[in-house]
Write a protein that binds this ligand. Structure first.
Ligand SMILES: C[S@@+](CC[C@H](N)C(=O)[O-])C[C@H]1O[C@@H](n2cnc3c(N)ncnc32)[C@H](O)[C@@H]1O
Length: 186
């Protein structure tokens, strides 16, 4: 049972929040998003057709030429440095055909979704068989006043419930975790 109500959850609040902090986002993010996390996320990317959900200002996949970054926030997208394609969209209503992506990344965005179960199902549907999802999320309940914080068992349930095979849940440090799951090939 969830006992706290996170301040930022769901599309409307996330949009307001990120539109407001967009001018300072990069300066804040550089202090929070540790270089080794960035390296870890990038090292897990497979294939050429990459979707970066909640791409923000392009921190994680801005260097890739063929990736697609989507975000709710026009203000974040306006500031993005990106070589691939940027689309303003809500991942809960994705403007893509099923089964087209090799890798889908949620670097600091999965926990803003209104329903993690529905988010995992949408993700599974967008992945090709053998494709993978990479999620970078907070791991400490200390942050639960601000955002949703899920544990390893919850991630396992979200992924399996969506028909994805959990590959790994890894604590990166006291604050963050990396979750990887794959769409089975058969
Ligand atoms: C913490 S920022 C992460 C930005 C970037 N991935 C990074 O690592 O710097 C989270 C981003 O997710 C976006 N976001 C939240 N919910 C979303 C949704 N349902 N669909 C698309 N983007 C969403 C927000 O607008 C925000 O830009």
């Amino acid at each position: 049972m969830r006992t706290t109500v996170p301040v930022v959850q769901g599309a409307a609040k996330a949009l307001r929040f990120f539109d407001r902090i967009a001018p300072w986002y990069d300066r804040i993010n550089v202090r929070i998003y540790q270089r080794q996390w960035l390296k870890r996320v990038r090292a897990e990317i497979h294939g050429l057709r990459i979707l970066d959900v909640g791409v923000g200002t392009g921190f994680t996949t801005g260097h890739l030429t063929a990736s697609v970054g989507i975000d709710l926030s026009r203000e974040m997208l306006k500031r993005a440095r990106y070589q691939g394609h940027l689309i303003r969209a809500d991942v809960m209503h994705p403007p893509f055909r099923p089964g087209v992506f090799d890798t889908i990344i949620f670097a600091g965005s999965f926990y803003y979704l209104p329903s993690p179960e529905a988010g995992a199902t949408i993700t599974a549907n967008l992945l090709r068989p053998g494709g993978r999802v990479i999620i970078l999320s907070p791991a400490t309940r200390l942050l639960a006043l601000f955002v949703r914080v899920y544990g390893p068992e919850e991630y396992r349930q979200f992924m399996e419930g969506a028909g994805l095979r959990p590959v790994r849940y890894e604590r990166l440090n006291w604050a963050a975790c990396l979750v990887i799951a794959e769409r089975p090939t058969s």
